[in-house]
Ligand binder design. Structure first.
Ligand SMILES: N#[N+]C[C@@H]1[C@@H](O)[C@H](O)[C@@H](O)[C@@H]2O[C@H]12
Length: 445
């Protein structure tokens, strides 16, 4: 057996807009994802999060599932529109649901890990410029301070942002996510303001003297050249800078990659969002780095690509329902690279999992492909631990099937199946497999 260390954190993760529903309850205002999802053509089959998994009302049953699973921590996000529903209005009662959720988790012996922002920006803030506006940085700090003052003594682990790369690039550059804009200048500005708000919030956490730990979650994708040709190796370097170092370097080294700044100049005519002192704020020391890993990228040189001069090449491995290559070696390579290039920063894998075409058969879901996916990735993490890697925990994405952003409910990532007609939960075979891993604190060799 491959044993994990005593005290290793096993968890599951979700996010507010993806599971809660109740988008008109508790005084909640509209988010950019309410707007985006209700805009025809933006989300598969016109799906939206109005009901989602109804976690808002079913959280006690969901916590029982977590308790039976045996996890030690549950990662979830707080919906900013529940706290700041409209301009000029703070609705602290909007936190009542989260206070109930957190107390129930603590009673179940489950450590709450709170993501402050997982993409559901209040619509009124987007109307005021959203992450393209530096004003949002101070609004995020104000929002964070409310959370810290109301929940700071109950919550031991805080994540400022989830995947700021996605929130900025997909939301403002490619238009694939809310708010659905296609403007690279706004995307670069949004990325900077997300990072800046992270840094100010870390500093605030320290100023308030809170005793927990705070970090940020980045979606990181190790990049491999399609061949050993120098052109392809250089292409991989450029993609790595765009995909990973853009956020890793400011947070952990206090500087953007020089080549990125040159490319930004060339593509959007200058990085005008950075002001003196910003990078010092962004690189406020963190207690951990959250890593979301799903797959790798393989790229070749392609001069026809205006942004980076790269072309993505499909890897040889099997694919998930997201058409992502199953490549567990990439997790080990990524963790090793972080240790090599960024020092021994404590790491949590804050998301890892896979979407498959799950079917209910006789009341069960035999998702052997997801068990294999998780087993291979747990083994990669174990290899890193065996080499002295500072890995503190692993959150499986996701506890339950949920609203998969632009894919709506067509992609199932959960270890618990959700029947969207009845909202019944059915633990999949992977749930019971994970339950045994947690009991054994080990995986089979
Ligand atoms: N796609 N996909 C699954 C999963 C998504 O559901 C999460 O909300 C994101 O943090 C991250 O993209 C990963």
């Amino acid at each position: 057996m491959r044993k994990f260390p005593e005290g290793f954190i096993w968890g599951t993760a979700t996010a507010s807009y993806q599971v809660e529903g109740a988008t008109r309850e508790g005084g909640r205002g509209r988010s950019i994802w309410d707007t985006f999802a209700h805009t025809p053509g933006k989300v598969a089959q016109g799906h939206h999060g109005d009901v989602a998994c109804d976690h808002y009302h079913r959280y006690l049953d969901d916590i029982q599932l977590m308790k039976d699973l045996g996890i030690s921590s549950y990662r979830f996000s707080i919906a900013w529109p529940r706290v700041m529903p409209e301009k000029g209005r703070v609705w602290v009662k909007g936190l009542d649901f989260y206070k109930r959720l957190i107390h129930a988790l603590l009673e179940a012996g489950i450590r709450p890990a709170v993501t402050i922002y997982h993409w559901d920006l209040p619509q009124w803030i987007e109307d005021d410029g959203g992450w393209n506006s530096r004003e949002t940085v101070s609004r995020f700090r104000e929002y964070s301070e409310i959370l810290f003052r109301e929940l700071g003594d109950l919550v031991p682990m805080w994540i400022t942002h989830n995947e700021p790369w996605c929130a900025s690039i997909l939301g403002y550059g490619l238009g694939a996510h809310a708010p659905g804009l296609c403007d690279w200048r706004r995307a670069y500005r949004a990325a900077h303001h997300l990072l800046l708000s992270h840094g100010h919030t870390v500093r605030l956490y320290r100023e308030l003297g809170l005793k927990g730990e705070i970090g940020i979650t980045l979606n990181l994708t190790p990049v491999y050249p399609a061949s050993s040709r120098p052109e392809d190796v250089a292409a991989a370097h450029r993609q790595d800078m765009f995909q990973n170092r853009w956020f890793l370097d400011p947070v952990l080294k206090g500087a953007y990659p020089e080549e990125l700044l040159r490319r930004v100049d060339a593509v959007v005519g200058g990085f005008d969002a950075v002001q003196p002192g910003d990078l010092e704020v962004i690189s406020a020391p963190i207690d951990f780095l959250g890593v979301n890993y799903y797959s790798r990228a393989v790229v070749a040189d392609d001069p026809a690509d205006p942004l980076l001069g790269v072309r993505h090449v499909p890897g040889e491995g099997p694919r998930t329902e997201m058409d992502w290559e199953v490549y567990p070696e990439g997790l080990y390579d990524l963790l090793s690279r972080l240790r090599r290039d960024y020092g021994d920063v404590p790491i949590y894998i804050t998301e890892n999992g896979a979407a498959y075409d799950d079917r209910v058969e006789g009341g069960s879901v035999h998702d052997t492909n997801r068990i294999e996916y998780l087993a291979l990735h747990f083994a990669a993490a174990h290899r890193f631990l065996e080499e002295g890697g500072n890995l503190r925990g692993y959150y499986v994405w996701s506890l339950m099937d949920n609203f998969e952003w632009a894919f709506g409910y067509t992609k199932r990532f959960g270890i618990v199946y959700v029947d969207y007609e009845t909202l019944a939960r059915i633990p999949k075979d992977s749930y019971f497999w994970y339950q045994q891993v947690i009991r054994d604190r080990a995986i089979a060799p």
